[in-house]
Design a protein around this ligand. Structure first.
Ligand SMILES: [Zn+2]
Ligand SMILES: [Zn+2]
Length: 391
């Protein structure tokens, strides 16, 4: 699979566009439609990848429904696949390599230069702009009409994708590629929040709000770093039970009628916790998260809030405890460094994120998004083609 084109490698980059199937959003709050598109040959620093699978992330749903991305667009940003062609200046990847995609970054700004690409000065344009920033073109088209692509530097809701070599992370061919895509966003965001952003120390306590893919990845990471109390607040009973299996030491149902703040403090040892991580974006929950913190506690925010939400915190209350606040993008990850670390943890059984996944076929992509929205599935993954290890 994907290797027949190996002999033609140097020529591929200059060859004509290829046909692919893509799930297109034509207007907000409408279902995706699977249509034929043309995918341009990779430019000098790009790779063309045949997708094996892609995760569905909450951000895809937000962009389908509310966030102002240009239409029509191909979303998808947790792609995993096999390189089918490489641009002339790509030196670190070859045809046949297995890769997973992560977010795009410029590589040149001060934050990129200091290995903080999640805070790239051009993050919004590069990941949500739908076109190449330098010339306004898209690698995707249909009957000569532009279809916006480059979503998170990939647009992985398609059978073929163009990415930059920079945001394609090579992975071992022996790994189950169809499961790895979510490492590129949801899993690295939750795990990175604990390991990179908050730098949770061994023995210290943490409360995590929300048991989606991000929150449960944070639970697994808290166990990895040797946190003491790992407290999860989540209304869904099945997810609370799963969290206990993945490393939580206590769970709290915020809808059971009892005092959630008191329960967090008790679970943390009595007075509070050292770290709080919100994955919900709900202002009242962020207030509870801050109130639960011990002096010098650190509050991490990941959840996307409503656009008009204000931070409901009493300044003296957080000042008097010397609290730190970190708004977290992509778990402060440098994907080329952090994703291989997460894969090592996965291989050693310490980050069993596969337990969050349910797979869907490509023609079920709207059902996959609905299953995420309803809470039935923690991490939907679209599988484009059958795949077995070692191919
Ligand atoms: Zn940058
Ligand atoms: Zn995402």
């Amino acid at each position: 699979m994907g290797t027949q084109s190996a002999e033609g490698l140097p020529l591929q980059a200059s060859m004509a566009a290829r046909k692919a199937r893509a799930a297109i959003v034509r207007k907000q709050q409408a279902p995706l439609t699977i249509e034929d598109i043309d995918v341009a040959a990779p430019r000098d620093d790009e790779v063309l990848v045949r997708l094996v699978a892609t995760g569905v992330c909450h951000t895809d749903i937000v962009c389908r429904d509310a966030f102002p991305v240009p239409m029509p667009i191909v979303l998808g940003h947790e792609g995993a696949g096999i390189i089918e062609a490489v641009g002339s200046k790509v030196t670190n990847l070859v045809v046949g390599d297995h890769v997973i995609f992560s977010f795009n970054s410029c590589g040149a700004c001060s934050n990129c230069q200091s290995h903080e690409p999640a805070y790239c000065h051009q993050f919004l344009g590069l990941n949500f702009g739908g076109v190449l920033l330098e010339d306004g073109t898209s690698p995707l088209s249909q009957n000569g009409e532009l279809v916006h692509g480059n979503f998170f530097g990939q647009s992985s809701f398609a059978t073929l994708a163009i990415a930059r070599a920079k945001n394609a992370v090579k992975v071992d061919r022996a790994l189950p590629l169809e499961l790895l895509g979510p490492l590129g966003c949801g899993i690295q965001t939750g795990a990175g929040a604990v390991m990179n952003s908050l730098k949770v120390r061994p023995g210290r306590s943490i409360v995590i709000f929300g048991a989606g893919a991000v929150g449960l990845s944070a639970v697994m990471a808290a166990k990895v770093v040797g946190a003491g109390a790992v407290v999860l607040v989540e209304p869904n009973a099945a997810r609370r039970a799963l969290a206990m299996e993945l490393g939580a030491t206590a769970t709290i149902d915020p809808r059971d009628g009892s005092d959630t703040l008191a329960a967090i403090r008790a679970a943390g040892g009595g007075a509070g916790v050292d770290y709080a991580l919100d994955t919900t974006g709900i202002p009242a929950i962020i207030t509870t998260a801050a109130d639960a913190l011990l002096p010098n506690g650190q509050l991490g925010l990941i959840g996307i809030p409503p656009p008009d939400a204000m931070m409901p915190l009493n300044i003296m209350s957080i000042y008097a405890r010397g609290l730190g606040l970190k708004c977290i993008v992509e778990g402060d990850s440098d994907p080329q460094v952090f994703i291989p670390q997460l894969i090592e943890l996965f291989k050693n059984g310490k980050l069993p994120f596969d337990r969050l996944i349910k797979t869907f076929s490509f023609d079920q992509i709207n059902e996959a998004m609905a299953a995420s929205e309803s809470g039935d599935v923690i991490k939907p993954v679209i599988v484009f083609q059958p795949f077995s290890k070692g191919e």
